[in-house]
Design a binder for this molecule. Structure first.
Ligand SMILES: Cc1cc2nc3c(=O)[nH]c(=O)nc-3n(C[C@H](O)[C@H](O)[C@H](O)COP(=O)(O)OP(=O)(O)OC[C@H]3O[C@@H](n4cnc5c(N)ncnc54)[C@H](O)[C@@H]3O)c2cc1C
Length: 528
């Protein structure tokens, strides 16, 4: 079915649209493709100039995925062109842009369009969305703004007065040549352990500031052989089989992570062997050995991180940062280490995304306020009580530590498309998840997490919020999530038919002026 191309020009007046999708990473792009295939009217709003999200923004040296690309890609757009088992960032970004081209998503995307806020309008029963490219009114709003999108900067005294180059790993400054420079990397998470080996050989000296040592497993990365590439492209089902085997192998980790941490022991032994193999110095081995159960924090994979730390020009600093000066970093033991550049690799705002502060629900409260009170709770990672017709992709408790986020995203896309289809089929004006359904769902989630290594592994991770709840991770097998999101379960929602919605006020007095408000087009159609 072909739909008219949406007018994406920035205009003065408010543009009306059935469904607005914020963000064009794997999630937003996938939503656009699936809604387009379902014949729905939608528009994507993207603040950057290109699609890709994570893979457009994270261009640091060594950036690559941690899940084999055959699995870390859409099931409906397999890519026989991967050159390696774990693709580097440029290949993943090229894949995402090629998918956007193939499904013609760009013509339905407004780029350079930063969504400032979105208010549920109880009068029109629609979302009023304010952006840097004008105002929109949407019946349905889809938040696909990503969980690892907003760089989180460390709150370190003096960091603003540093005189050299300083940038976040997700905003790498490619104009800054680090060759032959003294460089500090703050953080030892997933990004840092890719950056450190990539730059250790070219900088004069590297200080790696570690607060908590991560568990690091071997990375089974290799170039695909010609035979494999041929088979991916020409032997029907070969790539899908490889993908399925990778999927199943990864799912076995869920037993140890979520149900019986004792089964994590073999992985811990493999990680300890990595330390012995990669590091010659005993004191350094002790420093890099984590003091919590493997899997409690995100498990990392690398074959060259430990050898990089073992280099004579690299120091692992564990004393804790006291302050940053104009030309260096002072640790809590009083030592000053002078550097020319600082790379901040301290992760992202996950449970406190700035977008939460800008989405205002039925009672006028922002998501940030609601989440501050209750924790980041939602229903099936997709909806939140008090926020009608708002759908999340990669929402609460959809994160993973062991396999592809794209699998979770595709599960959520099934739910989203079925939800919007249900709204259209039943001519519903609003759907809002019932508070009791949401509460029961969350009790189940927290219950399922009770025995997990994330809750019991003895670490303080970003998985847990200030209430001590794990509101980021899915607690079981991902096929269980696929099952519960297969269909939109309208009975968990309070819904109002379009024809039963109270008519919007014909004229609203506001600040002394009179603003005309008209009935939504969909309601007009229902009344005709
Ligand atoms: C370095 C790194 C490596 C990773 N590696 C893996 C991996 O190997 N395997 C895995 O499963 N996961 C990995 N992840 C997680 C990864 O984020 C997800 O797999 C996936 O890419 C998320 O897609 P998304 O569309 O939800 O979010 P994103 O890719 O973050 O996209 C969000 C989009 O929303 C846009 N946006 C945000 N706010 C606004 C606004 N106000 N207005 C308009 N647009 C807005 C952003 O510009 C962005 O384009 C990695 C993450 C990082 C940071």
């Amino acid at each position: 079915m072909s739909l008219p191309v949406t007018d994406t020009s920035a205009g003065e007046s408010t543009r009306r649209i059935d469904t607005l999708i914020i963000g064009s990473g794997f999630a937003g792009l996938g939503a656009a493709i699936k809604l387009s295939q379902a014949g729905k009217e939608f528009l994507v709003l993207e603040r950057a100039a290109e699609v890709g999200g994570t893979w457009r923004d994270n261009t640091y040296p060594g950036a690559a995925c941690d899940v084999p690309s055959n699995l870390y890609s859409y099931s409906f757009a397999l890519n026989p062109g991967w050159t390696r088992s774990f693709s580097p960032q440029p290949e993943i970004q090229a894949y995402i842009t090629s998918v956007a081209d193939k499904y013609e998503v760009r013509r339905r995307t407004v780029f350079g369009c930063d969504v400032q806020d979105a208010h549920w309008n109880g009068d029109t029963h629609r979302w009023d969305v304010r952006t840097t490219r004008g105002d929109f009114s949407a019946k349905n709003l889809v938040s696909a703004v990503g969980a690892l999108c907003e760089p989180s900067l460390p709150d370190i005294a003096g960091i603003d007065r540093f005189g050299g180059e300083i940038f976040h790993s997700a905003r790498w400054n490619h104009d800054a040549d680090l060759t032959g420079k003294r460089v500090a990397v703050i953080g030892t998470g997933a990004s840092a352990i890719q950056i450190v080996p990539a730059i250790a050989g070219t900088v004069a000296h590297l200080d790696v500031y570690q607060r908590t040592a991560p568990w690091v497993l071997p990375r089974a990365d290799r170039e695909y052989t010609k035979a494999e590439k041929f088979a991916f492209r020409y032997i029907p089902g070969f790539q899908r089989l490889s993908r399925t085997l990778q999927y199943l192998m990864r799912e076995t980790q869920v037993v140890g992570l979520a149900k019986a941490p004792v089964f994590m022991k073999p992985l811990e032994l493999a990680a300890r062997a990595q330390i012995r193999r990669g590091i010659s110095d005993r004191a350094l081995r002790r420093k890099v050995t984590p003091n919590f159960g493997i899997g409690c924090k995100r498990m990392l994979i690398s074959n060259n991180y430990y050898p990089a730390l073992d280099r004579p020009n690299v120091d692992l600093v564990t004393d804790g940062i006291a302050e940053v000066t104009t030309d260096g970093i002072v640790t809590k033991d009083g030592t000053t280490r002078e550097v020319d550049a600082i790379v901040v690799a301290t992760g992202f705002h996950v449970t406190d995304s700035p977008m939460f502060a800008g989405i205002f629900g039925k009672d006028g409260r922002s998501l940030a306020d609601v989440f501050d009170e209750t924790g980041m709770q939602g229903y099936k990672g997709s909806t939140v009580a008090g926020f009608p017709n708002l759908f999340f992709l990669v929402g609460p408790n959809t994160g993973l530590g062991h396999t592809s986020m794209v699998y979770m995203i595709e599960s959520q896309l099934n739910y989203l498309v079925d939800a919007i289809d249900t709204i259209d089929r039943h001519r519903l004006g609003t759907v809002e998840v019932r508070q009791d359904a949401q509460d029961e769902y969350n009790r189940g989630i927290q219950d399922a997490l009770k025995n997990s290594v994330w809750n019991n592994g003895g670490c303080a991770s970003w998985y847990l919020d200030k209430h001590g709840n794990n509101t980021t991770l899915w607690p079981g097998f991902t096929f269980e999530f696929r099952r519960i999101t297969k269909h939109f379960d309208l009975d968990a929602y309070r819904s109002v038919a379009e024809s039963d919605l109270p008519a919007p006020a014909e004229a609203v007095e506001s600040a002394g002026t009179t603003t005309e408000r008209t009935a939504p087009a969909s309601r007009k159609a229902a009344l005709q």
